[in-house]
Design a protein around this ligand. Structure first.
Ligand SMILES: Cc1cc2nc3c(=O)[nH]c(=O)nc-3n(C[C@H](O)[C@H](O)[C@H](O)COP(=O)(O)OP(=O)(O)OC[C@H]3O[C@@H](n4cnc5c(N)ncnc54)[C@H](O)[C@@H]3O)c2cc1C
Length: 444
């Protein structure tokens, strides 16, 4: 029996990446999404008539598979990517520090701006330089937490507040004692130490759901409000159980969060799917602020020693403030979060001191990212059943839970289906092959 009809469960970036790769190889692909909106954790929806993202998302230039995905769905022109890494970091007193790359090759490309970085004294800079050298020279111990690594490498409160916190809390979205040092080292090396262009910031100029909406147009069918209750192998492939009845496919990519994957599979161990119970969710909160103070004349700034790490200007008069690893703020009432964020914005951006807050909204994502407990292995895309593959930003891709990891996981899961001994349709060129091309010029 040939594998010709493939189902994808989950309409986030992982599901759509898998679906596009399978479609490009000639399969008939149908996607099932529980929600009525597409995009999963990278989505957007209307609040009072304005389409807002569920939270600010950034990618870096090293997120090549995410950028390729945007290209494949015709949305690369809607992505903005910095020509070179350039970040303004503000202190509570309004003092601005700036980190940006020079023309020197990695890892020397940040030395110039780091030397003049105003939020750290010479001793702190030397301590950070020593830690960066240790990161380059020594392999991380998989059982060590990032917190322990920082302490072992002499990083005190000043180094943390001025350098590690603003970049690594958002990148890892978890308290440092819950993150493996190896994950942090991966981010450090991939973004900052190996390639001078890698850390360039990028973001979508259009609401995030547009990406997956564009991808949906390439599939044979996209079923929304179509939650899958279970997946069961049958003689010819798999049966997907929905509330309205069963439907059969030759193979399936399951691209949902770990707990849902566990429920849908019923007996994950039986399929060789391990460690689903070793993941914990971590929240992100975004506070959206509309004001009458005009443009802050920067795309984004980092805020030191603040509960919100980054302030993004979505358009003049509209700021999105992101609180990463935001556990302690999750249950705070909306009005309190809005006034806290506005107070912080007015503190860090004195140009808005006399501005009036016109409107505000809060988006809370209690399960924004999934992280395995320190030392636990991430779940693989391949199962022991040739017709069932797993995808999701939290699976083993080498990347932390990000859009890049989601797309990578989808591509890997599609490859698992393409490796099915009975896979006979088309040839795996198209998107799968295209994804390996690195868009060095970047998008936008
Ligand atoms: C506020 C916020 C900010 C973030 N910021 C960044 C950032 O700056 N940069 C970055 O790279 N990443 C960021 N992330 C993480 C990024 O969004 C995720 O890593 C990525 O989108 C996950 O994609 P996914 O497809 O693996 O999972 P998801 O997007 O979670 O997709 C899973 C889908 O499966 C669906 N589903 C669940 N159960 C069923 C079922 N039974 N049947 C059918 N469908 C089902 C869900 O509804 C969902 O749509 C952020 C996330 C959030 C929430």
């Amino acid at each position: 029996m040939a594998v010709e009809r493939v189902a994808v469960v989950g309409g986030g970036l992982a599901g759509f990446a898998a679906a596009l790769a399978l479609k490009a190889s000639g399969a008939h692909v149908e996607l099932f999404e529980r929600s009525r909106i597409l995009g999963g954790r990278a989505t957007s929806f209307e609040i009072d008539g304005v389409e807002v993202d569920n939270g600010q998302h950034v990618f870096l230039a090293c997120c090549t598979e995410f950028i390729n995905f945007a290209q494949a769905v015709g949305m690369a022109g809607q992505l903005h990517l910095q020509a070179r890494f350039d970040a303004t970091i503000l202190s509570r007193s309004g003092k601005a520090g700036r980190l940006r790359t020079s023309a020197l090759p990695a890892p020397l490309h940040l030395i110039g701006s780091f030397a003049s970085y105003s939020h750290l004294g010479l001793a702190g800079k030397l301590r950070i330089a020593r830690a960066l050298a240790a990161a380059l020279l020594r392999k991380a111990d998989p059982s060590e937490t990032f917190e322990a690594w920082l302490a072992r490498n002499g990083q005190g409160s000043q180094e943390r507040a001025a350098f590690w916190d603003p970049f690594f809390i958002p990148a890892l979205n978890a308290p440092f004692d819950r993150v493996g040092a190896s994950d942090a080292m991966f981010v450090l090396k991939t973004a900052f130490l190996r390639d001078a262009g890698a850390a360039r910031f990028g973001f979508s100029r259009v609401p995030l759901a547009h990406l997956t909406q564009a991808a949906a147009k390439q599939l044979d069918a996209v079923h929304i409000s179509a939650g899958i209750l279970s997946i069961t192998p049958n003689n010819a492939g798999v049966t997907l159980r929905k509330a309205e009845g069963d439907t059969d496919f030759d193979a399936v990519v399951l691209a949902v969060a770990p707990r849902q994957a566990e429920r849908i599979l019923g007996d994950p161990q039986g399929y060789g799917v391990t460690n689903l119970d070793k993941y914990d969710p971590y929240p992100i909160i975004d506070v959206h602020l509309w004001h009458d103070g005009g443009s802050i004349r920067r795309d984004f700034v980092a805020a030191l020693e603040s509960p919100l790490q980054w302030i993004f200007e979505k358009e003049p008069g509209y700021l999105c403030c992101s609180f990463s690893a935001a556990d302690e703020y999750l249950r705070q009432p909306t009005a309190e979060l809005e006034s806290l964020a506005w107070r912080e914005v007015q503190t860090f951006l004195p140009s808005l001191k006399d501005a009036t807050l016109v409107r505000s909204a809060v988006t809370r994502n209690p399960e924004a990212t999934w992280l395995p407990r320190v030392g636990a292995k991430r779940t693989q895309q391949r199962t022991n059943h040739p017709a069932i593959a797993i995808a999701g930003s939290w699976t083993e891709t080498g990347w932390p839970d990000t859009m890049e990891s989601a797309v990578r996981s989808g591509n890997l899961a599609a490859q698992v289906v393409l490796d099915h001994p009975a896979y006979r349709v088309g040839s795996p060129d198209g998107y799968i092959r295209a994804r390996t091309v690195c868009p060095s010029a970047g998008a936008g």
